[in-house]
Design a protein around this ligand. Sequence first.
Ligand code: UD1
Ligand code: CA
Length: 447
Amino acid sequence: MSQKPVALIVLAAGQGSRMQSDLPKVLHRLGGVPLVGHALAAGRSLDPARIVVVAGHGAGAVGKAVKKLEPEAQIALQEQQLGTGHAVQQAMPLLEGFAGKVIVLYGDTPFISPETLEKLAGHSSDVVVLGFEAADPGRYGRLVVTGEGLQRIVEFKDADEATRQIALVNSGVMALDADLLHQLIGQLSNENAAGEYYLTDLVQLARQAGRRADVVTCDESETLGINTRAELAAAEAAFQARARADALENGVTLSDPATVWFALDTAIGRDAVIGQNVVFGPGVTIESGAEILPFCHLEGCHVASGATVGPFARLRPGAELGGDVHVGNFVEIKNSVLDEGVKVGHLTYLGDAHIGEFTNIGAGTITCNYDGVMKHRTEIGANAFIGSDTMLVAPVRVGAGAMTGSGSVITQDVPDEALAVARARQSNKPGLATRLMAALRAKKEAR
Ligand code: UD1
Ligand code: CA
């Protein structure tokens, strides 16, 4: 870790026109979360004192998404995209009074590792640029390095043939002291081939001020930026490949790794078993030893040790499964806590409910939690038995040790240990089935 406090500036104002999208580029999803969430997550490892996201295109939507991902982040508005240097200028008022290292990241570059950021933050040079040896240097800025460190960054458009031969290029990530940044940021000019204010010119300005600049390198895979849908799809594949490898390495069994999809924050304990074709949306934690059978979709939920889920189950945000809970096929659970040992075997919807320990929920049970305007809660005590096809019209409470008869529509609370039957009483008409069938057949003959 660095000694100094860290502030992050995340550049995310660009339109990303090559995405061919109405959605701002950094809000396209990767690993279940908006692209910008990846840069924020990597930056979080530095425990930043301040986070400023520079937004422009779709700033309202970007700001909202960022606040959700990182409530402490502040948004700086860059109305016109006049270059990376101009973008950082817009962030400066929000860094007023901050002393320490400022790290500039891109919102569309999701794979920068925390380790690499720590190297930058901990480096002693005045300006530290993250570079990499590019397989194809393409249009990246070229890093001109001598025995005295990094001399300058030359943008492709401004580079002569000799400079274009340099394969060591700029990732865009840069670290420097806040006071130096305050001192230099106003000195950028846009007299260059692109007519933009280049952040990269800070290197030369720092050297002219007698400061030292250096390069820290990383693998090219970390600096992959997203510009097109094809690149987004390729990045998703890379993300998933790494997530699968990490899960296997951490002692998770994946029956068919290529069919399991992870989100950025999926957390799975050792010896959990994940079957084929399981999709994890954001916010899932699976404890050690739980089993997710094939074809399940989970999001914003917690599954405790010993629980089994699926096949074909859906756990939605706020589903909390206690130890040894069993959730079977075609069961949907939303915003509900299932205490230890609860069994929900088949064809059930539980929403806005609390189910006490060891209660059994029969097939086809539905919590009718929505009246068309508001949501209501269902409370079921411990050791209860909910008969198949029970409709629980919320708000309603079923006591501990209580039972409901199959097919009941429960609209009133059921006391502890009571049996509630709420359905029409059955009456048998002797011989009527035979007579009815005969009459129907005769009618068909007569046609
Ligand atoms: C930039 C670097 C280049 C580097 C490359 C790596 C400069 C001048 N050049 O070039 O050296 O090799 O990244 O990918 O910095 N952005 C804003 N506001 C702006 C302009 C850009 O927020 O006014 C954001 C973009 O949304 C993007 C990032 O900054 O996330 C980089 O912008 P981009 O236009 O892609 O920079 P490059 O020209 O590729
Ligand atoms: Ca770029």
